[in-house]
Design a protein around this ligand. Structure first.
Ligand code: FES
Length: 161
């Protein structure tokens, strides 16, 4: 049996097998989901808002809860798509607007330009540069001071795997 999921704001209706991973829906639709931690429930890059059908998803686990607590744009209807399984019909999800930064090189290449959309921190979801604002070197410093920004290291060193 398959279940229906709708993606907003692109108004895309799709189906997924019962108990399927919500993240797979996003990836199948070619949405830009970084999965920075490899689907382990430890980053912000698969964060979605569930507009409808929260009861049709598997419950939030402890790891997910802890990660959601550090995501600055977290709301009561937030979920991590990699941790949520689709159990019922009519789930409607929306991706937070903006682009997650996934390497310091991403920023280096953009210095001196204006952000075309909000640039987001991949672990906290914090807006680093607002849409339309100039991207400066200080953004790199800001990232470095919040985490080591060596995400490979960051995730492998975590003892909570
Ligand atoms: S991919 Fe990192 S929390 Fe889902």
């Amino acid at each position: 049996m398959s279940k229906t999921v709708r993606l907003e704001p692109i108004a895309h209706q799709t189906s997924i097998e019962t108990n399927g991973n919500l993240l797979s829906v996003l990836i199948n639709k070619d949405l830009d989901v970084l999965r920075e931690c490899g689907g382990r429930g430890m980053c912000a890059t698969c964060h979605v808002y569930v507009r409808d059908g929260m009861d049709s998803l598997s419950p939030v686990n402890r790891r997910e809860q802890r990660t959601l607590e550090v995501i600055t744009s977290c709301k009561p209807n937030s979920r991590l798509a990699c941790q949520a399984r689709v159990l019922g019909n009519d789930v409607v999800v929306e991706l937070p607007p903006g682009m997650y930064i996934n390497s310091i090189k991403d920023i280096e290449a953009l210095i001196g330009r204006r952000a075309e959309q909000n640039l987001l921190h991949p672990v906290t979801g914090q807006v680093l540069v607002e849409e339309g604002k100039l991207i400066t070197r200080s953004v790199m410093k800001q990232i470095e001071s919040t985490t080591s920004f060596k995400f490979g290291d960051f995730f492998t060193k975590s003892s909570d795997i």
